[in-house]
Design a protein around this ligand. Structure first.
Ligand code: NOJ
Length: 517
């Protein structure tokens, strides 16, 4: 069959599926399902030293070691959202989104890192952004910490120092007090896996090399810090403002390569995800038990006098357990897992074989996007939603990030549209299965500073011209697609948009028209 015929047949099959679903009416998002876009302070704000802003660990890292980022760049100016926030709001309006997720820069609000002094300029900036969004009917969703720790706190030990639990809670109190009257959804710490395992594995700031001990100290401290910020909100601010609090977990979906690898997949999920989920979401609380045993045994074998993963006391277990109002998921991709073969070297990213003897690999049948870490497997998301639901008994899930990276400055970003559509379809199927996915946040509103990949990797619905002084933002086709989606709120019309504007497949459209009920 020629390529053209194949396209036609698959479009036809697609049309049949769509029209059947359309007649049965289950391709619409339920009322109340929210669509949004996300960014983070260091990735978009720029203005790294404007007014009294303090230095962050990312400022320090990339000013002292500029060659660490792929293009030698940093977030000094980034998208210049500090100055261009009005345009950001305008874009959110163009997209028709219900919510905009952004983060507060801790050192912009508290230049010393401590709550002894609150920056008037920081207050003004976030008040403008919040009020500007609300005026347009867009819900601001606020992340308190998206990795830009005040450098001074890092000098005091950062996330490896247990005192950070109080420092973070003090910062959270300032933010809740200043903005809590208008913020109904708070996210405490973005992706603790990246904070600890990335930060202590020379992949993210503070770019330290201490996976053996410091990363595990960090594990306990991030959990305690989240819990303290949650409990403070619950006791002092919820009665006033009735908001909700959680934290976004990054969760690759891990499938066993063969049925014999089922146990390896369980351990991998515990290492990657449950280390940060079990203490909060499980009935029992505390660390995932099998993993805790494995890590304890590894540490003993290596002669450490203490468990490297610091145990929780029963009181701490109870303190952390249940500190969520919903589950926040950052989902991008899937991996296969198997036991390492004898003599096989370590695996991809973080621990792999070193702690848990697993290899994390790609299924060759999955498409990989621009980078080899990015396998596209939308059905993985539906399985994962089921797994979260059944493992932790959680039904309320907010997708706080999902999106596709590209290298090209491509305005006709067909791959991104296809990716978003196919993941949304799986979300819709999960909703139809009975799981309450409350909303979907695309990463990202616009291209931005992608950490050590610099500006080489693009996730934006809007292209940003980083060479222009005013950081011109231009909508990609995916932005048009998304604004169509926020209007129609069904994948049916969304698919018609796709056929008409992206594939321009008129034959398929005619077929669809004939089949309509
Ligand atoms: C997750 C992070 O929260 C965000 O900062 C990052 O840009 C995206 N993933 C894409 O890598």
């Amino acid at each position: 069959m020629s390529f053209g015929n194949k396209m036609y047949v698959s479009a036809l099959v697609f049309c049949i599926v769509i029209s059947v679903a359309r007649c049965s009416g289950n391709l619409g998002f339920p009322p109340g399902f929210k669509l949004g876009v996300a960014t983070a302070s260091y990735q978009v704000e720029g203005a790294w030293n404007v007014s009294d802003k303090g230095e962050s660990i990312w400022d320090r890292l990339l000013h002292t070691q500029p060659s660490l980022s792929a293009d030698g760049s940093n977030g000094d100016v980034a998208c210049d959202s500090y100055h261009l926030w009005r345009r950001d709001i305008e874009m959110a309006v163009e997209l028709g989104v219900d919510m905009y997720r952004f983060s507060i820069s801790w050192p912009r609000l508290l230049p010393s890192g401590f709550a002894n002094y609150v920056s008037e300029d920081g207050k003004r900036y976030y008040n403008n952004l919040i009020d500007g969004l609300l005026e347009k009917g867009i819900e601001p969703v606020v992340t308190l910490y998206h990795w830009d720790l005040p450098q001074y706190l890092q000098d005091l030990g950062g996330w490896a120092n247990p005192l950070i639990v109080d420092w973070f809670a003090d910062y959270a109190r300032v933010a809740y007090t200043l903005f809590g009257d208008r913020i109904k959804t708070w996210l405490t710490l973005n992706e603790p896996l990246i904070i600890c395992d990335g930060g202590y594995n020379k992949l993210w700031a503070p770019y330290l090399d201490d996976l053996k001990v410091a990363a595990f100290l960090c594990n306990k401290n991030v959990m305690m810090a989240h819990a303290k910020a949650y409990r403070m909100y619950d006791e002092e601010f919820r009665p006033l403002y009735q908001g909700k609090v959680s934290f976004p977990n990054i969760f690759f979906w891990f499938e066993p390569e063969t049925p014999a690898d089922a146990e390896a997949a369980v351990l991998t999920r515990q290492m990657w995800h449950d280390r940060y989920a079990h203490p909060v979401f499980s009935q029992a609380g505390g660390w995932p038990p099998e993993l805790e045993k494995v890590l304890l045994a590894n540490g003993k074998r290596e002669g450490y006098p203490y468990p490297r993963l610091p145990p929780f006391t029963q009181e701490e277990i109870n303190y952390v357990k249940g500190t969520y109002d919903f589950y926040a998921l950052n989902h991008y991709t899937t991996r296969l897992v198997r036991r390492v073969k004898p003599g096989e070297a370590g695996s991809w990213i973080f621990y792999g074989s070193e702690e848990i003897n697993v290899a994390i690999v790609n299924d060759p049948s999955w498409t990989t996007a621009v980078t080899d870490w990015f396998a596209i497997n939308p059905t993985g998301l539906r399985k994962q939603l089921h797994w979260i639901n059944s493992t932790y008994g959680i039904s309320d899930i907010l997708i706080t990030e999902n999106g596709l990276p590209t290298f090209e400055k491509d305005l006709l970003d067909v791959n991104r549209i296809t990716y978003i559509r196919s993941y949304l379809e799986q979300i819709l199927l999960a909703i139809n299965d009975g799981i309450n996915v409350m909303g979907y946040t695309a990463w990202s509103l616009m291209d931005n500073f992608e950490w050590l990949a610099g500006y080489t990797v693009k996730y934006g619905l809007y292209d940003v011209d980083f060479t222009s002084p005013n950081r011109t933002r231009t909508p990609r086709e995916s932005a048009r697609y998304f604004s169509n989606l926020t209007k129609t709120r069904t994948l049916t019309d969304d698919n018609i948009y796709y056929l008409r504007n992206v594939t321009k497949n008129t034959k398929a459209l005619k077929t669809l028209a004939i089949m309509e009920c």
